[in-house]
Design a protein around this ligand. Sequence first.
Ligand code: ADP
Length: 280
Amino acid sequence: MRPAPDRRADVRLTSEGPGLEFDRHERRAASRCGGKMAVLRVQGIRKTFTTGDDNHIEAIAGVDFAVDRGEFVSIVGPSGCGKSTLLSVIAGLTRQDAGEVYLFDELVRGTHPLLGMVFQEESVFPWRTAIRNVEFGLEMRGVSAKERRRKANQMIDIVGLTGFEEHHPTELSGGMKQRVAIARALVMEPAVLLMDEPFGALDEQTRFLLGEELLQIQARLQQTVLFVTHSVSEAVQLSDRVIAMTARPGEIKDIVHIDLPRPRDTRTMESDAFGKHVAR
Ligand code: ADP
């Protein structure tokens, strides 16, 4: 993992609320385990779906891994191997049959305010402008209008949407809509940002550029990210570690450290080392 100087404070969005909650959780957990600990730990997750005709589909057959603070970890695997199911279990949106999810060593039951999610499909609200989309979660949390506008504006700037605040999603490109979705999740200052193929619906070029930008944002915020993709090259471009899953039922086949230098720009992508990682 890259060394993670705490630059998060430079761009701390909160004077109150979730940012402090994040620190409290981390301090409490760190004192319990005497220092270093994983932000997220996934242990023995299993999930079988039962469909109407009493068919059983074993989606995940036992998965364990941990993600450290500031780390960018991707999960790759063939379509249908259970990647989205796994992320959905971690997000508390799907109930597992067995296994546990821990955040700062505390058992997570259901959804958690420190776990943010960005989906592949368009999830921005079409009736809200870009900035009002970003403000949504803060509004739900009861943050004052002035404070949420301040935080949303800061996040709009970080994702490169300044000038588009008052645009509705229909007036934005696919890539811009995903930036809104990313800003909407990040403004809540999640301990872990869960991303389920967030660039899956975009063309190759936009996907690559957004990947580069996501890395810049991630480095600036020291954001811990767990990212699902079926694209091996995207996983190598973005990650500190790549978790490769087997075909269904999904199990971890390999965990690969990506020791390529950062920033990961076009030059990195054209290097032999990059090709070797992808081939592996
Ligand atoms: P991936 O994200 O790797 O493409 P998924 O997690 O979406 O895979 O799906 C894993 C398996 O579980 C697939 O066979 C899929 O059809 C099945 N599955 C996913 N969600 C459900 C569901 N709600 N009901 C029944 N089967 C499901």
